[in-house]
Design a protein around this ligand. Sequence first.
Ligand SMILES: *Cc1c(COP(=O)(O)O)cnc(C)c1O
Length: 453
Amino acid sequence: MQQDLDLFLSIVNDLLEDEKRNPVVKPIEASRLFETIDFEPGELPALEEDFKETLREIVLTTPRTATDMFYNQLFGGRNSKAILGDLLAVVLNNSMYTYKVAGPMIGVEKSILDKIAGMIGYPGSQGGTVATGGSMTNYMAMLMARDKYAPEARYEGIPQGMVAYTSELSHYSIPKNSAFIGLGRNNLRMVKADAAGKMDVLDLEKRIKEDIAAGKKPFFVNATAGTTVLGAFDPIPEIAAICKKYDIWLHVDGAYCGSVIFSRKYKHLLKGVEHTDSFSVNAHKMLGTPLTCSIIIAKDKKHLYDSFSNEASYLYQTHHDEFNFGKTSFQCGRRNDALKFWTLWKAVGTVGLEKLVDRQFELAEFCRDYIKKHPDYTLYSFDDSISICFNYKDIPARDICTALYEEGEIMVGYGSHKGTEFIRLVTINPSNPDETLLRFFKKLEDFSGVLEG
Ligand SMILES: *Cc1c(COP(=O)(O)O)cnc(C)c1O
């Protein structure tokens, strides 16, 4: 063990050193990957030196997501307090299904879940779990809603006529999950979004009425807190009023930006969240814990038990359900993804998490300002979003993004809205100073000059 820990530290140190000089690695062309690195496990053990060298080579050529030139997805940066927790979770290797096996780690997870439930204003009968990601927590929400409105679905399959609603700009996991829960993608209504990317509540109610008139049973609405491309927040109070009127489960998908609950300045973006039935948030996005850490809270824990508990005499042999988290989770064996978020939160406090969140909005404002001041840029996204969507001159976004990647300059992606493709810069790494973002724009401008010939 000690030898491998030494090797671990030595490789990590090499990586950290190299990242300072090279924030982006030049990609290995996919078609040449298998001739470049000797991956194949042999019949016999590898020679010690070969093994070390190959491992080091793989680590050092892997895309770098923690550096100041990574803006490609909705995560980034590296938080050492969270990494500390995750490393310990690996070494301990508990499974989170029972108190017998997880012990105090149940307290770690429960403290996070209860604290978040309190922050969003759920009244105290809540339950929650930490799952493998936002796709999974959205799935769990849809399942709970299905089982609430069609309890027979668990034994007979889902009845005909059920319908769900989400905005056309919501995450693709919602249509995928509609298929998984047996609803079918065609029974998910894609509600229109307005010019600012928020769900159009008039369209929502119109479609619900149409479905009811056609004899259907609306049972689930998904509202998004931070849409994946524009970072828009659906209007929860209006949506909640509609859901109450027609008795429909309301879930808030806060995978991307649900973390605004930690900020006194930005939690107004989630106004009304206490009127929802479930809420999910990814700590691995705005809060910078290592992948993956997604939290779902159900207002009434009954629904978690109804959908996810099973008797298993080989597993549940001691303690009360409240301490056996396998009764409220999707998985059987479950990784301890709570500890990394707990080490971060405990160490920096809620004010520390608030700082992380506020800094991301501050950086976003800095970028929007820069773009507005420079006439060669066109801005497509809106205030109160940490996704900055823009184009530079008339250069197609995908051409710039691909060239910057291939040359090992910047990792940034593109998205589209209403038929226009644009660069999507995500200011999700709070450790970046303003100057880093300036460097981002300068690099992009220099590079575009080259592209233009
Ligand atoms: C990222 C994201 C998801 C999916 O979360 P994963 O953890 O990647 O599965 C769901 N919804 C929204 C709005 C997201 O941004």
